[in-house]
Design a protein around this ligand. Structure first.
Ligand code: MIC
Ligand code: SF4
Length: 662
């Protein structure tokens, strides 16, 4: 029986359940990754589990998101994370070492291993052949403690790559093409697996761009086989011994493999790399894809090259070669943020950095920076071209922003020309880049876990801005609540829980909660938080009604945790995205889906809703009835929950469930 690479890895790590498509399975996690914006909550929750030392083989805590340090909050978080890492046996990648996904790929990733990260772009590791999944911090805390991670045994979509990319066409264009086909909706419960002769033409950093932005499809993860290219990359990172060849069985991609079987791909999409052309995702969604040709002539006033999607040495060497001896267009502000210290140091060593700054680029910290709205917000009414993965409205910090997500190739040409230009028509020769046989390896900014005896003596530094999050509570048997907000399709976690200037409150739920659904607040009305707290005081639950793909985007569990703190107990949507749904369950907020999507139209903001015998329904029912008291009608909602989800909800969240299960 032909087996996909995904199923091979899941099978090897199976801890609970059977390998049956659509059924929940628990898998053992080899490596965990946390970053500072989700990590403080993850570690606070880890502490409250009372496990002490991590049990995952490799756990790494990164500082890369909250780097702007206006006020003491960020530094307080860093100190807490450094001390708790030392105490609990975790590697600590210090501020300045780089973006978690880039550094993890360089220094820790291993083909065939499982990685769980409290960041939605954890699937970057799929570029090196690992099964790398994004999750909420609480799930990662459980995995750090040695607990299994539960997922739905996925459908596997095989993406067959044939041909070879033309000059000026980048691997970013592969994922943009796929986003134009699959969009950001409707892919929950799938894994994307790349195969075909085109795969070997792509080096690991190119593959990592593709798997990274695969997160925008809403899939569980994306994965490439581990082959000669993987070996080359690992060897150049001085980690040749971590290489294992891994691939799906040969006939997985054949039409004869029956769809729906636990072997073979459920669907095959073929992309001919030779036919691809440069693309961009236009505001406000990563799946709003247009060709660069069709956008040519659009004036650009800001260009940023960086983020965990496109900040590798290969990307920036190409950028440097194009910029050498040239000057950025006078109408453009241009910034480059290398992905890691390794990349930055190598650019500095080989002189490429001088070519970049010589052309007028501003070098930003090798961190997330503008990608998470930490500075570099564009001017009103202007176009910003970025090599990032997300362009949700307002994520830059500017309302009504206009962001085009594109390859570094397109971005650097736009920076030089002041407008979008099809790079092959720019009159500039496409530079040839060869990756070095050996990267510059210096792990002096990665603190190794302390041995248990030494770790015992470490004092945990908990600054006053770090507040232990309130525990979730059990859902009532009779839920009476009001619709606090009715929103439309594709509500992202950035809508629910904005980052940018509010990111520094990540370790303080009461403070951060004030900004829940900030984008929908208007100056003359009470904010979402004020309305919610008012209801909470009266003992009435808050309910959110939404349309398709609620909770797209990041893994930030604050998008569940903060609404929970404000008294939100139920989300009724047409569909809910995977990571967010898991986060809601973990914090005992009930996610349900309209049985008949037309009922979405009937429910109105501020309606009073009631669900009777809620805990019985959670225990075993597939549907429950909601009574709209205000308008006097009933409608049905589906509970697509595993037995474990039901148990977690009934226990009052994952933390309580874990305590009971211990
Ligand atoms: C993002 O890209 O949106 C983030 C910031 O990296 C998030 C994590 C977070 O909100 O801290 C993600 O992708 O999960
Ligand atoms: Fe950081 Fe942006 Fe990557 Fe998120 S997407 S991890 S904010 S660089």
């Amino acid at each position: 029986m032909a087996k996909t690479l995904t199923y091979k890895i899941i099978e090897k790590h199976l801890a609970d359940g059977l390998l049956e498509k659509g059924k929940p399975v628990g898998i053992k996690i080899d490596q965990t990754l946390t970053q500072d914006a989700t990590g403080t909550t993850a570690f606070l929750l880890f502490e409250s589990m009372g496990i002490g030392r991590v049990r995952a083989k490799t756990a790494v805590s990164y500082i890369d998101h909250n780097m702007s340090q206006f006020g003491p909050e960020n530094h307080n978080d860093h100190l807490y994370l450094q001390s708790i890492a030392a105490k609990s046996g975790v590697y600590f990648s210090r501020p300045g070492n780089g973006i978690c996904h880039q550094v993890h790929l360089e220094r820790f990733g291993r083909p065939g291993a499982t990685l769980l990260g409290s960041d939605s772009h954890t699937p970057t590791g799929g570029g090196i052949g690992m099964l790398a999944i994004g999750a909420g911090g609480l799930d990662v805390a459980v995995a750090m403690g040695g607990g299994a991670f539960y997922l739905t045994c996925p459908k596997v979509i095989g993406v067959k790559l044939v041909g070879k990319l033309k000059p000026w066409v980048a691997s970013k264009d592969i994922i943009l093409k796929l986003l134009s086909i699959l969009t950001t909706k409707g892919n929950v419960g799938s894994v994307i697996e790349y195969f075909g002769a085109g795969v070997e033409t792509l080096a690991v950093p190119q593959r990592a761009t593709v798997t990274n932005m695969g997160a925008e499809l809403g899939v569980t993860t994306s994965i490439f086989p581990s082959d000669k290219q993987t070996k080359k990359f690992l060897t150049a990172q001085g980690r040749g011994k971590n290489f294992t060849a891994m691939a799906a069985d040969k006939n997985c991609g054949l039409a004869s493999a029956k769809p729906g079987e636990a072997c073979g791909y459920d669907r095959v999409i073929e992309i001919d790399l030779s036919n691809l052309e440069p693309l961009a995702a236009c505001s406000p969604s990563p799946d709003n894809i247009k060709t660069i040709k069709s956008l040519a002539g659009t004036k650009v006033s800001q260009v940023i090259i960086g983020s965990c999607t496109n900040s590798s040495l290969a990307d920036l060497m190409m950028v440097a070669k194009v910029l050498k001896g040239r000057t950025i267009h006078p109408a453009v502000e241009f910034a480059v943020a290398p992905g890691s210290r390794q990349v930055l140091n190598m650019l500095a060593d080989n002189g490429a950095l001088a070519d970049i700054t010589g052309a007028g680029a501003r070098i930003l910290e090798n961190a997330c920076g503008p990608c998470i709205g930490q500075g570099f917000s564009p001017a009103d009414g202007t176009v910003s071209v970025r090599t990032f993965n997300r362009n949700f409205a307002g994520r830059t910090g500017t309302k009504n922003d206009n962001v085009f997500l594109a390859s570094p190739e397109v971005a650097v040409i736009a920076a030089l020309k002041g407008e979008i230009v099809e790079p092959s028509r720019s009159g500039i020769k496409y530079p040839k880049i060869k990756l070095p046989m050996k990267f510059l390896i210096d792990d002096n900014m990665i603190q190794k876990p302390l041995p248990p005896k030494k770790a015992k003596a470490v004092k945990i530094l908990r600054g006053p801005t770090i507040v232990v999050p309130e525990a979730a509570t059990k859902l009532p048997d009779n839920l009476v609540g009001r619709v606090l907000l009715k929103c439309g399709d594709k509500i992202t976690t950035d809508h629910i829980m904005p980052a940018g200037q509010f990111l520094k409150y990540r370790s303080n739920v009461p403070e951060y909660s004030k900004y829940v659904f900030n984008c929908f607040n208007t100056p003359d009305n009470p904010t979402f938080a004020q309305r919610a707290l008012e209801l909470k005081k009266k003992g009435t639950a808050g309910i959110i009604v939404a349309a398709e793909s609620y909770g797209q985007g990041s893994s930030r569990e604050h998008a569940a945790l903060c609404p929970m703190y404000l008294g939100v107990r139920m989300i009724i949507a047409k569909s809910i995205e995977r990571i967010h749904k898991a986060n809601l369950i973990n914090f005992a907020v009930l996610p349900v889906e309209f049985e008949n999507p037309r009922d979405y139209e009937r429910v109105r903001p501020y309606d009073e809703l009631e669900v009777e015998n809620l805990n019985d329904a959670i225990k075993s029912a597939e549907v429950l009835t909601v009574i709209d008291i205000t308008n006097g009608f009933k409608f049905r909602c589906c509970l697509s929950l595993s037995a474990r989800d039901r148990a977690i909800l009934r226990a009052g969240g994952l933390l309580n469930y874990t305590k009971v299960a211990k």
